[in-house]
Design a protein around this ligand. Sequence first.
Ligand code: ZN
Length: 130
Amino acid sequence: MDGRRLVDGPDDLDRLDPVVVEVACPSCGVVRSTDVVHLARSIPSTFAAALDRSIDPERLGRLVDRLPGLSLEYFDGVAHLRGSTGLTVYLAPVTCVACGSGSDIVVSWGEFQPGRWQLTLEGVVCHEAS
Ligand SMILES: [Zn+2]
């Protein structure tokens, strides 16, 4: 797991400057630069994805196995993920420009304490072979 704390302060995502991080492709190791603030703003949370059934609990469970900082929780019977600091998890699918393999950049984002927001890079995982 990665665990880099990328944002920590009294703000909301819409007003944050870009935060560019370099993450390595889990398959070939080629590094790409990604603006994680843009990323977190443009994708649904795992809770939203679970609500509209675009992600299944089994896949979330496998992500917990691969990134031990994550935890699987249920709200009203809907499975979703919390990150290493207890915040909501977002999965951003990316495709490596070098080897073409797919992976998910995993970040958590939310209000950590009243008025204090955090964005954490949890890690990068390969898409499973299907
Ligand atoms: Zn690659």
